[in-house]
Each structure stands twice: as structure tokens, then as C-alpha cells.
Design a protein around this ligand. Structure first.
Ligand code: SF4
Length: 689
């Protein structure tokens, strides 16, 4: 039997977007390893993808055929049907809903399962635009707060690429569980440390990268902004502000520093639960270390002070005038690519003005026909769930479940696996994995563009998302020629081939065995203040932003710290870091069986106060949910904080609830109305279950 190796790209929701070599035998993947096509990842991939991909692509969990539900919603009882019957049902039920309630009764409910440009949202958005369906703002789920903070401060430009970490004398990893979620950044940091560079990690949890650090600051969740304020103040006291750079390139210095001055080191340390001497040490190292690289992760955006925390830390290199080819911030990678989203998704197909929902409101929309407590004039009665597992990942899991249970709402699922969300759908259409599709990959954590082709035939009757939405468009009688575009035409619509970054290549013909570097106009890697400049209204680095004030309220003109009344009670702060066994709820290794339930981490002091001990089965609860978890007693979390990995499936919990059941859907970050997964108050007691 012939065994061949083919190039591919990892499509999972991870900033690294590794290039892969896939070994195929008899049209099945038998092995996946890293390839050299992408110099940044250079042959190294994470264990979960290396170990579990063959099973993930070819295993029994795959949805291989169109399915129709034959039992109650959630029962998981389905029967196989033909593609033509499935499309007919989807068309008929959706049309009935539109005839009764109007076109906005249709709602896509999708997120970021695959990160290929085509499979994430291309033909699908054309379809929903043409229908005039309700639109969805997805940034609130994750990444939107960070993006708003970055764009509000520096504009939509690329920051430094992650390669700079290797040469840094000081790497600052802030709210970034990098060993699990940013593997190749860790490789660069390791190289830096071998050559005498220092590492500071700021994270409430002693993650693996934090355990390696020269200095680990473990603030209470939501107080990161205070550390940044205290650093700004301390750097000023030590004479480390660069007056000439600030005069020429910074807007709002005085206003920002007035806020920072309210939080000198001692006060900030006390409020955030860390030692004042650690903030002072960090400030000293920032002054001494050149180059200095800051790599913020998604962790700190997930609180009510998330936007302020990111904006305040983004200010630090600007205050020091330390932005060049080696100094600065690893962020904004999405802006490195010459995307042309309007050509790809065709918003011009919209038949008229259409409402846009925040994705976090989906549970309330489905369960109660309301948003923010107000009744919808047009209720949602037809939902398309794709690239998403809302029951596991959305805040307020129990309300989402009540919404998905409603027989009045027709739900079409498009998935590669029979997830717990799919069990609530009326029809499930089988989607191909990335290994069965052609696609383009523009990473969100590095500056290399990649293309991949299918390496194996699609399992059963599964199809790429693009083809599924072509067929849906045909079934709905949508005859615009754009619905006949091939995947190659979609690739060419996704990026501007005239842009110098593509060096004359059509996106659809980019090489498969070599990633294409995205470069600044001078042909060099992006470096803010060297070859790209703040794309803000003022052309400066904006520490105060009228744009953010207009978008998110006057209180967001500059970073600020807000204390919330619920933090004064005796409850604990729950955070939910990523797991190294899966990507969010995408199951690769584990997370779907009862024995694979992730533990709750609690500080010994908090365990003693509650009469709990290692291995106790505990009840973690608040007014909206209750989760049963095994307890791990550890000082990896500070007193007052508990931690449990996100993404485990409902089957891991004896009562069918996971930590998303404890996360409020109405508590929002200060920017982007973002989800507050790391700003959750819970109580913990011994479980009787
Ligand atoms: S999940 Fe991330 S680290 Fe793992 S193979 Fe994919 S891109 Fe690479």
C-alpha cells in the first residue's frame, strides 16, 4: 500500500497556524507532524494535534451523512437522510419562518471552529447576506476586546511578529497561557533565556510558562490595569519616560498619567493582591532590558476591566519610547494580511438594513425572544449553527440550553462531529475537516500566509462549508453568479492580489510547500514606528481615544479601573484557562467523557476555610449554574481565586453542566461588550452528588 506525505496547515483556533506534513495511507491520515514550510513553526507542533488528528478526522464521532432528528431535542436520536431531502427540509422550514416573521427571523450562530478563510465564513456570509438574515457581531465572544484596545491605541496596523521574542532581553507574557496556546512563542522565549534574557509572566494562575519565569505576578482577576498603571507611574518616577517620543507620537499623555497617578505601586499592589516589590522589580527590568517585548494574550480581556487592562499595558512601551524593530508589542497580526472582506462576503447582497446581534445575546434571543430584557419585534425562528459549539462555550449555558430546546425554533447544524449542540438540531449537515478542504490561512498570531489543499477525500458524504452553502443557496433559489464561485475564486476574492505583499501571486496559486511572508512597505518585517505608523485618527498612539468613546461610551476615552460590588462578598473568583487536550471545545484528546472532567484548582487557605481537601467532590455554584468537579488543592492559584479549564463537554459533569453555566452572559467587558469568562463569582462547597 502506498504511503505518501502531503503538505497541510493546522486550521484550529490557535495563533500559531503551524505548517504540517500529513502522512496518508489508503486515503486515510495515519500521521501528522510539523513541516518546514512555515519558518516560524519550523517542524514543531503541539502534542494534541500530533497524537489525535487521525482519530479526529476518521473516528466514529464524525458526522458522515445528513441527519434528521427523530427524538426530542437533545436526545441525540437521528436518522440518515439524503442530501436532497436535507436541503429540502432546511429550505422549507426556513421559508416558513421567513413567511411568518420576515427575513430577520433567520440567524447564523457561528464562531471560529476552523480558521481557514474559506471555511470560517465566505460563501456562508454571502448566503446570509442575500437572505437578509440577522447579522452577528462575533468579536464579543473572544478577541474583540483585544482588537478594540489595539486598534483604538495604535490603529489597524500589525505589531511585531512573534519571532522577536527570541532576541529579547526581557519578555513580558501578560494574560497569555503561552505553553498551551502560543507554543512557538515559548520556543522564542526559551532561546532568549538561554542567552540571558529575562521572563516576566503576569497571570493569576501559575501556568507552565509562569513556573519558568524569573518573576511571576499573580494579580486578582480584573486588576491587571492597576499593574500597568503602577508601572507607568513608577517608570515616570524613575525618569524612564521618553519626553521627546511622547511629544511627537503620543496623544493623551497627561490624561492617562493622571489616572495612573491614582495607583502608585503600594496601592496598586494591595488592590491586585501582589507584592509591591515585584512591580518595582519589573519596572527596573523594563528600564534595564533592551530589547523588551510584550506578548499579551486573551486571558486579561475577559473581565469587566479587560479593555482598560490591555490599553494600559499597550501604553508602556510608548511611554518609554521603546518601539522599533526589536522592541514593542506582539499583537495585531490580523492586520498583516491584505484582506478584502467585502469582496469575499458580499455585504452588498443585503436586501436592506438588517439588525446585528451580539453573539453573547444568542441564549436570551433563543430562550426568551428578548435582547437585554426587551422583547424582539421579530423573534428568531430559524438558526444555522456552524463552526461552533454554543452549548459548551457560550456564557449562561443553562439559558442557551433552554433556547436550543425550543421546538418552535428550527435549527440547522453544520458540523464535523456530533457535538452536544448538534444533538438539539433538527437537521445536521456533515462538514468536512480542513484536511478534506482547500483553503487559505491568515494567522492571528504570526505574519505568514499559507494555502493548503485537501490531503484525503472527505469522509462519507461530508462536504466543505463552501460547498454546503453553495447547495443551500441553490435550494433557496439564490441565482446570483457569486453563489457559483469555486473555492479558487473565493480565495482570489479573499485577498488583494495587487498588494505588494503577495508579490504578484494570485492567492489561489500560492505555493503549498512554502508560507508567504507578509512584509511592511519597506519589505521588512512589520515594526510600528519604523515602517508602519499609528493608523489612528490623530496619527499618534492614542492613550485617549474619541473613537473608543464613541463606540463604547464616554467612560472608555481612556483606561480606568472599576471596582465591582460583588467582589466584596465572600465568593471566589473563577477563571477558565485553556486546556492542552483540546482547542476550546474541539475535542482532540479528551474532554468528552465523565472521567475526563477537569479539576477545580483552589488555594489551600480557601480549601481549609471550607473544610475541603484534595480529591473532594465539590459543588461550584452561583445563581445561574452549578457544576460538580473534583478538587485539586494547590498554591498554583492565589487565595480568593479558583480555576478550571474551559471547553469540557457536558458529558463530563454528573448534572450536565460545565463552567460555562457559571459565566454571566450579561456581564460585559468595558470594550466590545466582550464576554467575561475570567470575571465570574462562585461559591464552593462539598458536593452531596
Ligand atoms: S493547535 Fe496550534 S500549536 Fe497545535 S498544531 Fe495547531 S497551530 Fe500548531
Amino acid at each position: 500500500m502506498s504511503v505518501i506525505e502531503k503538505p497541510s496547515v493546522c486550521t484550529l483556533d490557535c495563533p500559531d497556524t503551524c505548517s504540517l506534513t500529513v502522512t496518508v495511507e489508503s486515503e486515510k491520515i495515519i500521521k501528522v507532524r510539523g513541516s518546514q514550510a512555515l519558518p516560524y513553526t519550523a517542524g514543531v507542533i503541539c502534542n494534541k494535534v500530533a497524537q489525535h488528528t487521525p482519530q479526529w478526522v476518521h473516528g466514529p464521532q464524525r458526522v458522515r451523512y445528513p441527519m434528521r432528528r427523530v427524538g426530542p431535542k437533545g436526545s441525540g436520536q437521528f436518522e440518515r437522510i439524503s442530501w436532497s431531502d436535507a436541503l429540502e427540509i432546511v429550505h422549507t422550514r426556513t421559508r416558513q419562518a421567513i413567511e411568518q416573521f420576515g427575513r430577520e427571523t433567520v440567524m447564523p450562530l457561528n464562531y471560529a471552529g476552523p480558521h481557514g478563510i474559506l471555511s470560517m465564513d465566505s460563501m456562508s456570509l454571502r448566503f446570509f447576506h442575500k437572505l437578509g438574515a440577522s447579522q452577528l457581531y462575533r468579536g464579543a465572544m473572544c478577541g474583540g476586546v483585544r482588537r478594540e484596545a489595539w486598534v483604538g491605541t495604535y490603529g489597524a496596523i500589525a505589531g511585531l511578529g512573534p519571532e522577536v521574542a527570541a532576541q529579547a532581553r526581557l519578555n513580558i507574557v501578560w494574560g497569555n497561557n503561552a505553553t498551551v496556546t502560543n507554543l512557538h512563542l515559548v520556543r522564542g522565549i526559551t532561546q532568549s533565556r538561554r542567552e540571558g534574557g529575562r521572563l516576566v509572566v503576569i497571570d493569576p494562575l501559575r501556568t507552565r510558562i509562569a513556573a519558568l519565569a524569573d518573576l511571576h505576578l499573580a494579580p486578582l482577576p480584573g486588576t491587571d490595569v492597576l499593574i500597568a498603571f503602577a508601572l507607568a507611574h513608577e517608570l515616570q518616577r524613575l525618569g524612564a519616560h521618553n519626553a521627546a517620543f511622547i511629544r511627537d507620537h503620543v496623544l493623551g499623555y497627561e490624561e492617562f498619567m493622571a489616572r495612573a497617578a491614582e495607583w502608585p505601586v503600594e496601592r496598586a499592589a494591595q488592590q491586585s493582591g501582589i507584592r509591591a516589590q515585584d512591580i518595582r522589580q519589573m519596572a527596573q527590568w523594563m528600564i534595564e532590558s533592551d530589547p523588551m517585548v510584550i506578548a499579551p494574550g486573551n486571558g486579561l480581556e475577559r473581565s469587566r476591566n479587560g479593555g482598560s487592562s490591555i490599553r494600559a499595558l499597550l501604553a508602556l512601551p510608548a511611554l518609554m519610547g521603546r518601539l522599533d524593530t526589536r522592541n514593542g508589542i506582539v499583537l495585531g497580526a490580523g492586520n498583516a494580511f491584505p484582506r478584502t472582506p467585502a469582496r469575499l462576503s458580499r455585504p452588498d447582497l443585503l436586501p436592506g438594513p438588517t439588525r446585528t446581534f451580539n453573539i453573547l445575546d444568542a441564549g436570551e434571543i433563543l430562550a426568551d425572544d428578548r435582547v437585554d430584557g426587551a422583547e424582539l419585534t421579530t423573534p428568531v425562528r430559524a438558526v444555522f449553527i456552524y463552526n461552533h459549539n454554543p452549548l459548551v462555550v457560550h456564557p449562561d449555558q443553562n439559558r442557551m440550553r433552554r433556547g436550543l430546546e425550543r421546538e418552535a425554533i428550527f435549527t440547522c447544524g453544520i458540523e464535523i462531529a456530533m457535538t452536544e449542540s448538534m444533538a438539539y438540531c433538527d437537521v445536521v449537515l456533515p462538514a468536512a475537516t480542513a484536511y478534506e478542504c482547500d483553503d487559505l490561512y491568515a494567522a492571528y498570531g504570526q505574519h505568514w500566509l499559507q494555502r493548503a489543499q485537501a490531503v484525503v477525500p472527505a469522509e462519507g458524504e461530508s462536504l466543505p462549508n463552501t460547498e454546503i452553502f453553495r447547495r443551500l443557496a441553490s435550494a433557496f433559489g439564490l441565482t446570483d453568479p457569486c453563489f457559483s464561485d469555486t473555492d479558487a475564486q473565493l480565495m482570489d476574492a479573499a485577498l488583494n492580489a495587487e498588494d505588494a505583499r503577495l508579490a504578484g501571486q494570485q492567492p489561489s496559486t500560492l505555493p503549498l510547500d512554502a508560507a508567504t511572508p507578509m512584509r511592511a512597505p519597506d519589505g521588512q518585517p512589520f515594526a510600528p514606528m519604523v515602517n508602519v505608523w499609528p493608523a489612528t485618527p490623530s496619527g499618534r498612539i492614542e492613550l485617549v481615544s474619541d473613537t473608543l468613546a464613541q463606540r463604547w461610551g464616554e467612560a472608555q476615552r481612556t483606561a480606568d479601573f472599576r471596582v465591582f460590588e460583588d467582589e466584596a462578598d465572600e465568593s471566589l473568583a473563577l477563571i477558565s484557562p485553556a486546556s492542552d487536550a483540546r482547542i476550546s471545545s474541539t475535542l482532540l484528546g479528551s474532554g468528552g467523557k465523565p472521567h475526563e472532567v477537569p479539576p477545580l484548582l483552589m488555594h489551600p487557605q480557601d480549601a481549609r476555610a471550607r473544610g475541603l481537601s484534595e480529591g473532594s467532590r465539590v459543588r461550584v455554584f452561583n445563581p445561574i449554574g452549578e457544576v460538580i468537579l473534583p478538587l485539586r488543592v494547590t498554591d498554583d492559584v492565589p487565595p480568593g481565586v479558583v480555576s478550571c479549564e474551559k471547553g469540557a463537554w457536558l458529558a463530563t459533569g454528573p448534572n450536565g453542566q460545565t463552567i460555562s453555566a457559571l459565566v454571566s452572559a450579561t456581564r460585559r467587558a468595558d470594550l466590545a461588550a466582550g464576554a467575561c469568562y475570567n470575571d465570574v463569582r462562585v461559591r464552593v462547597s462539598m458536593s452531596a452528588a
